[in-house]
Design a protein around this ligand. Structure first.
Ligand code: NDP
Length: 317
């Protein structure tokens, strides 16, 4: 085996809970990981407010503070964190092959293994009002932010399984949930549709779209919805709006190189983080369209680290 010290043992791409957990484990196992953070250091959690469902934080913690702690813990054991964006990976093919990781600043890393934890991003409508009220009533995560709307009225936008899950979750907390669906049917699975229909405080507004938000001091107090068949406008008195129109995994740079499903989630072997390429592992939301929680991402980051360690032993590195 080559003694070339410029070849790293593992490079982790992404700095959310999956990436940093993989870093903590690989660092503690002596693999000297280099973690390339992406431009949003800390990942999706840095755009949420309080995180109250991550075990070990009984009083809650802000998403940003939690990610700072993840980073400190990873660095304490020797992880090198590089703030840069990966733009291309040239994967080796056979066990033991070297992978080349290129970044937007022109750096190039060579590594025996790669852990991909680039996450997924919630899709937004792309309207100005979302930006205006971000952090003041606009969210894309009911389990993160729903608690702040206890006893209040909220809107959920979307008609798929994500929206249905968000709506049923919020219905347990909120007074009223208006589900705004742009078509005249739900795309959600049958069982979720039944759940929605049987929840008395969820009101379905088919053929409706949110066209504006109103409020004072950056806090939402009303949503303007329009019937896209009749043009009739309705004002809803709400404190929050949850955009639940799907997530997009951050896998554009891997298209045509790694196996993925029809929407871009990376394929991994069952009960493993192994992709189809030896030495390349995927952890967190980039390969999980089902659970998408910080704690499950962290768990799969740990799995990826253990899978990587085993792989490096197998190739005698
Ligand atoms: P989907 O693509 O299934 O649904 C997106 C919904 O948002 C649709 O109702 C769509 O409307 C609507 N939408 C999209 N863009 C806009 C827009 N600009 N304005 C208004 N509405 C819009 O995404 P999901 O995230 O719900 O689900 C993705 C996949 O993940 C699915 O396969 C789903 O089954 C799965 N999933 C599974 C879960 C589980 O098993 N527990 C939980 C969550 C998701 P339209 O129909 O008009 O396009």
């Amino acid at each position: 085996m080559s003694e070339d010290t410029s070849i790293l043992r593992t490079v982790i791409i992404g700095s959310g809970p999956a990436g940093f957990t993989a870093a903590i484990y690989t660092a503690r196992a002596g693999m000297d990981p280099v973690l390339i953070s992406g431009m949003e250091l800390g990942g999706q959690l840095t755009s949420t407010t309080e995180v109250e469902n991550f075990p070990g934080y009984p009083e809650g913690i802000t998403g940003s503070e939690m990610m700072i702690q993840f980073q400190k813990q990873a660095e304490r054991f020797g992880t090198t964190v590089i703030v840069d964006k990966v733009i291309e990976v040239i994967f080796g093919e056979k066990p033991g092959d070297i992978h080349t990781i290129k970044t937007s600043s022109g750096k190039e890393f060579k590594s025996r293994s790669v852990i991909i934890s680039t996450g997924a991003s919630a899709k937004y409508l792309g309207k100005d009002f979302e930006e205006k009220y971000r952090g003041g009533g606009v969210s894309a995560c009911a389990t993160c932010d729903g608690f702040f709307y206890r006893g209040k009225n909220v809107v959920v936008v979307g008609g798929g399984d994500t929206a249905a899950e968000e709506a049923t979750y919020l219905a347990k907390i909120c007074k009223t949930v208006y589900m705004v669906v742009r078509k005249d049917y739900l795309r959600a699975s049958k069982i979720m549709q039944e759940r929605i229909e049987n929840t008395p405080n969820i009101f379905l507004l088919y053929n409706h779209e949110v066209t504006d938000l109103k409020g004072d001091n950056g806090l939402v107090s009303q949503a303007v919805v329009v019937n896209n068949q009749t043009g009739k406008e309705t004002i809803l008195d709400v404190d929050g709006i949850f955009i639940a129109i799907g997530h997009a995994p951050n896998t554009d740079i891997f298209k045509g190189k790694l196996e993925m499903d029809e929407v871009g989630y990376l394929a991994v072997k069952p009960f493993s983080t192994e992709t189809g390429i030896p030495g390349v592992f995927a952890a967190g939301d980039v390969s999980d369209k089902r659970y998408r929680q910080a704690v499950t991402a962290a768990g799969s980051g740990c799995m990826a680290a253990l899978d990587t360690e085993k792989y490096l032993i197998q190739i005698n590195s």
